[in-house]
Design a protein around this ligand. Structure first.
Ligand SMILES: Nc1ncnc2c1ncn2[C@@H]1O[C@H](COP(=O)(O)OP(=O)(O)O)[C@@H](O)[C@H]1O
Ligand SMILES: [Mg+2]
Length: 475
């Protein structure tokens, strides 16, 4: 199952974040445009006023010459308004005007802006003006400007507001996104938790509804309805499988008995019964396949009522080894159990014994005469390992996933008897115990080749066995 996403990984949070960014950009753009437009309009107005002033002054100069110009400038600067003037000679000697000295101008463009000081309530106030400098014949200079301090203040307001506005949008938006994201996560969590429980085998679970009738409720309701349907189908299928198993197993067993009776009768008559004996073997195979299939289906679906109890894997290993000793002898393969410390796990004894038997059966069956098969239990950092190693041909890396599937038998093994269900059952048993079936190279005891099949039980399955200390002390 996937791990729970963090708040920042939720789609809701990301969507809100994108919208917040978009909103912040639009607001910035809008504010900037308003600012730019306002400024341009105000500047245009100022420039028009200046242009009008200049036209007036030019007429004055044309009619009355320099003295007329000086007179007009003086007259205009008598009362304090928005107008700023300065008329001086080439040595910056002021002839008329309301500026104390020539302003510091960084660039001599057509229209200039500059800071100047003006007395307001007997105090000097720093202000801003915009205007033009004109050359008057005779090496005189005339500055005609307008006070634009109000515009300057508006501009300042814009430039200070803008970053704060954007910051506020970002903070509020992110907080809102986190809130929505968390809410969604909570709802999704409920769905995920239920799915997890269903995956683990409890098909009766349903996603809880909040009753708000929102889209999550709708989704949950649909999921629940789907689960109802799946559960009904599963139940139907189980019933069919059960009845098929029941109905087929009995006639198969009856067939086997009949064949055996026939063999007995023929033997009594002194006739050869080889053909029928082979048929019995075939029937046995059929019955075995059938049992294996049923067991895999039940174990996989988690519907088997296999009881779990604490058991010692070492004991199971010893029992299975004893059972397979004759087979190993017949195949001239040595079979050994490496008994380690007691390895207690919570499990179903007969299922684990069946799984181990399948692994041992494979190991003996596929290992050539003179080979070695070893059953091992080991307690590792991750849990308990129950492994079967052999010195046979092993399984190529590319085939290791495949061989676990039902009815898969590798080309090399076609000549030996088998159904291709052995490893499938082992995997199903592993799954049932939340354990893992791992197929790896046999690297122990310098084996040139061979397979090690490991049933890896998790730490959570480990159990302290009752009476273990007593028993090992007695031995
Ligand atoms: N110990 C082993 N060494 C080599 N090959 C193996 C071993 N165990 C399993 N295999 C391969 O995996 C296949 C599947 O194994 P299994 O599911 O037990 O089916 P079966 O033993 O009935 O063929 C086998 O046919 C064989 O090719
Ligand atoms: Mg097998």
């Amino acid at each position: 199952m996937r791990t729970k996403p963090s708040l920042y990984q939720t789609q809701a949070f990301r969507i809100v974040l994108v919208y917040v960014l978009l909103f912040a950009v639009s607001v910035s753009a809008l504010l900037f445009f308003t600012y730019w437009n306002t400024r341009r309009t105000l500047d245009d107005q100022t420039d028009q006023i200046i242009e009008a002033e200049i036209t007036g002054l030019r007429e004055e100069y044309q009619h009355f010459g320099l003295p007329g110009l000086v007179e007009t400038v003086r007259a205009r600067t008598l009362h304090q308004g928005q107008a700023v003037y300065m008329l001086s000679d080439n040595r910056h000697h002021v002839l008329a005007g309301n500026l104390a000295f020539w302003p510091q101008v960084s660039e001599m463009g057509d229209v200039i802006e500059f800071d100047y000081e003006r007395p307001v309530d007997s105090k000097l106030e720093a202000r801003r003006a915009r205007g033009r400098i004109l050359l008057v014949p005779g090496d005189f200079m005339l500055l005609v400007a307008q006070d634009v301090h109000d515009r300057y203040l508006t501009e300042r307001m814009f430039t200070t507001t803008l970053p704060w506005t954007v910051l506020l949008i970002l903070v509020l938006g992110t907080a809102g996104g986190a809130l929505i994201g968390r809410n969604m996560l909570r709802r999704l969590d409920a769905i995920n938790r239920t799915s997890g429980e269903i995956i683990a085998g409890d098909l009766t679970r349903r996603v809880p509804l909040t009753g708000s009738g929102d889209e999550f409720d709708a989704l949950s309701e649909n999921l629940n309805r789907m689960l109802d349907r799946i559960e009904r189908l599963m139940k139907g299928m189980r019933e069919v499988t059960d009845s098929v198993a029941h109905d087929l197993r009995t006639p198969l067993n009856r067939l086997r008995n009949r064949l055996e009776e026939s063999v007995a009768r023929l033997n009594a008559n002194g006739s050869q019964a080889g053909e029928i004996e082979r048929a019995i073997t075939e029937t046995d195979q059929l019955i075995a396949t059938f049992n294996a299939l049923l067991l895999i289906a039940e174990t996989d679906a988690g519907t088997t009522r296999a009881a779990m109890s604490p058991l010692d894997l070492g004991e199971v290993a010893a029992d299975v080894a004893e059972l397979y000793e004759p087979f190993a002898e017949e195949k001239k393969v040595s079979l050994a159990v490496a008994s380690g410390p007691p390895a207690g796990v919570e499990g179903n004894r007969s299922l684990i014994a069946q799984a181990l038997a399948n692994l041992v059966d494979n190991a003996i069956k596929y290992t050539p005469a003179g080979g070695k098969v070893r059953i091992c239990t080991a307690i590792t950092g991750e849990g308990v390992d129950l492994s079967v190693s052999d010195t046979g041909p092993g399984i190529a890396l590319a085939d290791r996933l495949r061989v676990v599937e039902r009815f898969v038998r590798l080309e090399a093994s076609r000549s030996s008897p088998g159904t291709g269900l052995g490893l499938s059952l082992v995997a199903a048993v592993a799954h049932y115990h939340k354990a893992e079936l791992v197929l790896e190279d046999n690297v122990s005891s310098g084996a040139p080749s061979g397979l090690t099949a490991v049933l890896r039980f998790p730490k959570t399955a480990m159990r302290v066995l009752p009476g273990v200390t007593l028993k090992s002390a007695a031995e």
